[in-house]
Design a binder for this molecule. Structure first.
Ligand code: FPP
Length: 273
């Protein structure tokens, strides 16, 4: 089924007749990058970019729900972000708290499950408390899941999983021979979700930046120069359409028989002869 008239946010997006509703990714991960640059370019403080970033995130959640994408996992604060000036860190911590306070009832009404991933221990008690109550309130919501990664690092997540497995092995609860990918996944923070089919990174940087290192193993990657505060629903749909044009082979090759492999060897040999 093709989507001709996508009604998102009361606007008709006629140009998206290339969106294939049968091939919507279930899980999209996003590195929301470029808030600071967006603000600086306009002569505003970086905080302005982070505020605009929140309204963009709200729009992207809406359009994701509309097209039936089920899970968004966003990178809001990395383990490396602690190296930023303390004023910016304080601003971001306060922003997370204020946004949650203001939005949680609408999030719940919209049947969105909210989940925070990362080591929450260094954050102030007020933020941890609103995170806990928001997660508890929305835990049974079924329409959509929003995972927000804060003080998250992919390497740290993998080390944590390895430690848990080592403890179980040394106590005899687990045999080394029982360790496999499935068991490892069960110790990751994202264990209840399928891996993202698509990673979007805004602002043009071509890095994964310690985000979901295990989970992104086979994800398609879409990088756009658009800065996060300018990332509209149309930009998001462009990313989905681009994803739909990819040929996901997971390391395999498409319908190539043994005979055609032999043929392709001979033909390249004969070309070089
Ligand atoms: C990256 O831009 C953005 C961040 C580190 C913060 C992202 C946070 C939000 C969009 C707010 C989300 C809010 C909630 C409640 C989840 P940058 O500061 O690295 O920009 P730059 O690369 O241009 O400096």
């Amino acid at each position: 089924m093709r989507f001709n008239n996508l009604n998102t946010n009361n606007r008709n997006i006629n140009s998206f007749n290339d969106l294939d509703m049968e091939k919507i990714p279930e899980h999209v991960a996003i590195i929301m990058d470029g808030n600071g640059r967006w603000a600086s370019k306009r002569g505003f403080p970086r905080s302005f970019g982070h505020n605009k970033g929140v309204s963009v995130l709200k729009e992207i959640i809406k359009v994701s729900k509309n097209i039936n994408c089920k899970i968004l996992t966003v990178y809001a604060f990395s383990t490396e972000n602690w190296t930023r000036p303390s004023k910016e860190i304080d601003f971001l911590i306060n922003l997370f708290e204020e946004v949650l306070k203001k939005e949680i009832s609408e999030i719940h009404q919209e049947s969105i499950k909210i989940n925070f991933i990362g080591d929450l221990s260094p954050f102030p008690r007020a933020l941890k408390s609103i995170i806990n109550s928001s997660e508890a309130l929305t835990k049974d919501n079924k329409k959509f899941t929003l995972n927000i990664c804060i003080n998250y690092g992919g390497r740290q997540e993998i080390v944590k999983a390895a430690k848990k497995i080592a403890i179980k092995t040394s106590s005899g609860e687990l045999k080394p021979s029982e360790i496999n990918e499935q068991l490892f996944i069960s110790e990751l923070a994202t264990h209840e979700y399928k891996d993202p089919e698509l990673l979007i990174r805004t602002s043009g940087e071509k890095r994964i930046s310690n985000f979901l290192l295990w989970q992104l193993a086979y994800s398609e990657i879409y990088i756009t120069d658009v800065l996060w505060p300018d990332f509209t629903e149309i930009e998001f749909l462009k990313a989905i359409i681009d994803y739909q044009s990819r040929n996901r082979r997971f390391g395999g090759i498409e319908s190539l028989s043994n005979e055609s492999f032999e043929d392709s060897c001979y033909s390249s040999l004969s070309k070089n002869d």
